[in-house]
Design a binder for this molecule. Structure first.
Ligand code: ADP
Ligand code: MG
Length: 189
């Protein structure tokens, strides 16, 4: 059902002992999909490699297993797509497409700064789904940095206001799983 997950990673494959800062019970509760039924959001924050996308995908797979529609898209792709629709004057139609999945996973918010048009398109998307459909968002930027990300502090707080009103925030502060072997081998301090 239109999922487009970048890979298949399950909660079973997630090693919670490597990331003791994550409360396993919270993730289990999210896996019940109550948040999707409530049109609430989940935000995974943290540096690269700590498992944000893995957890987002795993919850996406739980949603699919529960018969809920899921769509996964990296933020840069979303912006590109909405911008094209905007230029071709079919933004309303395109926006409605993004309202269809019960769960929209927006990956990697914060890797690229948004110009004013892009920032506005992201605001419109978040506003459209607000209290209508769930989102999972992953970001390497703390909320305090979103003003910079959006190039507009007022717009950033309008986005955050809607995004966070009904939300579960999972802050991951641990080490990169990608680098763990290298750390063991002493390549990194
Ligand atoms: P992020 O999105 O935070 O940059 P990813 O979720 O893509 O990081 O994780 C990087 C890689 O490490 C992926 O292959 C992921 O499956 C794996 N990974 C990360 N954390 C864990 C973990 N705690 N247990 C098992 N695999 C993990
Ligand atoms: Mg990622």
């Amino acid at each position: 059902r239109m999922a487009r997950l970048p890979y298949r990673k399950t909660l079973e494959k997630f090693d919670f002992s490597f990331q003791p800062g994550i409360d396993q019970k919270t993730i289990r509760e999210l896996a019940s999909m109550a948040f999707v039924r409530q049109a609430a959001n989940v935000v995974f924050l943290g540096p690269p490699g700590v498992g944000k996308t893995h957890l987002a995908v795993a919850l996406g797979m739980e949603a699919l297993a529960a018969g809920l529609s899921v769509y996964f898209i990296p933020m840069a792709k979303l912006v590109e797509d909405l911008r094209r629709a905007h230029d071709q004057r079919r933004l309303d139609t395109r926006m409605r497409q993004y309202l269809r999945p019960k769960l929209l996973i927006l990956d990697e918010a914060g890797y690229t700064r948004l110009d004013p048009v892009a920032a506005n398109l992201v605001f419109q998307l978040v506003n459209t789904r607000y209290e209508r459909g769930s989102m999972i968002l992953t970001s390497n930027k703390s909320f305090g940095e979103w003003g910079d990300l959006f190039g507009d502090a007022v717009l950033a707080s309008a986005v955050l206001d809607r995004l966070l009103h009904h939300s579960h925030i999972v802050n991951i502060r641990g080490q990169s799983y990608r680098l763990r072997e290298k750390v063991r081998a002493g390549v990194y301090a």
